[in-house]
Design a protein around this ligand. Structure first.
Ligand code: R5P
Length: 312
């Protein structure tokens, strides 16, 4: 791409944007947001972007809807300022769990997000570990889908992994956990989750595989309320696991998730910084930055190089 590479940041995760820009050795572009008394937002780009290859970094973090509108308005402002190409960099994609019509008369909101981004003027999207990778198909523009597996697996490999087992919290996670298992050359187990009534609460019913006397690592794409994780961890202990930790990409950690984790049998939570912690803290947290992998991907997209090479 001929135009110069520029990074802009929304207000959702400026720390990550700064880290990415520092690795790329460029400053974060100048822009500002005005919030009017009627709660309307205005974004102004405070430097020339004519002909530039622009990457706008905005993750999904509270206040999620405000951040989303801010991103759409920023893309629109860049489009009208004659940026040559605009990539929406969304480390955690909003509404990612709303990807199918599994109840009557509901929206497929992840699809709507794709439409909105394209209407605003996004030429590409760069994201990480979508809850369902087929969400990429909601877009008519290219989507580069990064994986946290290499960096999380590298981190886990620093410990003695003998006598460890990777665990999928339910069968739908088995494929992803299988990738970790291949990479780390560890056995895996799957929790068979069942719903016995109409309540939202799924119960761990059976275990496929063996955790007795082993150190279990529960792997998932995200932890939100922590309900799935708590249920899985308690079940693994009942099944004789020696210890339980969890590794996942997106730390949504909503509601009382942190307190629940602190009070639980889980000894450590290993996750990435796709979402800012916004003051949440626990001695059990181990945060791995995705800044480098995003910076590398941005550099490659800008130069027209392969992204999949990043995951070998
Ligand atoms: C479910 O399919 C996902 O992989 C996560 O397990 C889920 O989103 C976690 O949500 P929560 O922490 O609220 O149980």
């Amino acid at each position: 791409m001929n135009g110069s590479l520029k990074i802009f940041s929304g207000r959702s995760h400026p720390h990550l944007a700064q880290k990415i820009a520092r690795i790329l050795d460029i400053p974060v572009g100048k822009s500002h947001v005005t919030r009017f008394s009627n709660e309307n937002l205005m974004v102004q780009i405070d430097e020339n972007v004519r002909g530039a290859d622009v990457f706008v970094i905005q993750t999904s973090a509270p206040p999620v809807n405000e951040g989303l509108v801010e991103l759409l308005i920023t893309i629109d402002a860049l489009r009208h300022a004659s940026a040559e190409r605009i990539t929406a960099v969304m480390p955690y994609f909003p509404y990612v769990r709303s990807d199918k019509k599994d109840k009557p008369r509901i929206s497929i909101t992840a699809r709507l997000m794709a439409d909105l981004l394209q209407t605003a003027g996004a030429d590409r999207v760069l994201t990480m570990d979508l809850h369902a990778p087929q969400i990429q198909g909601f877009f008519r523009v290219p989507v580069d889908h990064l994986q946290a597996i290499p960096i999380i697996a590298d981190y886990l490999q620093r410990r003695d992994l003998s006598n460890h087992v990777l665990v999928a919290g339910d069968a739908s996670e088995a494929k992803d956990v299988g990738r970790y298992a291949n990479r780390l050359r560890l056995p895996m187990a799957i929790i068979d989750k069942r719903r016995y009534d109409d309540s939202e609460q799924a119960k761990a019913a059976h275990l496929i595989g063996d955790v007795r006397g082993k150190h279990a690592i529960i792997v998932d794409d995200e932890v939100a309320t922590g309900g799935t994780l708590m249920e899985a961890a308690a079940f693994l202990k009942e099944q004789g696991a020696e210890s339980v930790i969890a590794a996942f990409t997106h730390a949504v950690l909503s509601g009382t998730a942190v307190e629940r984790v602190d009070a639980s049998v889980i000894e450590q939570l290993v996750f990435t910084d796709t979402i800012p912690l916004q003051g949440k803290e626990s001695k059990k947290f181990e945060v791995i930055s995705v800044a480098e992998v995003f910076a590398k991907a941005i550099r490659r997209i800008h130069k027209g190089d392969s992204i999949s090479d990043l995951f070998h």
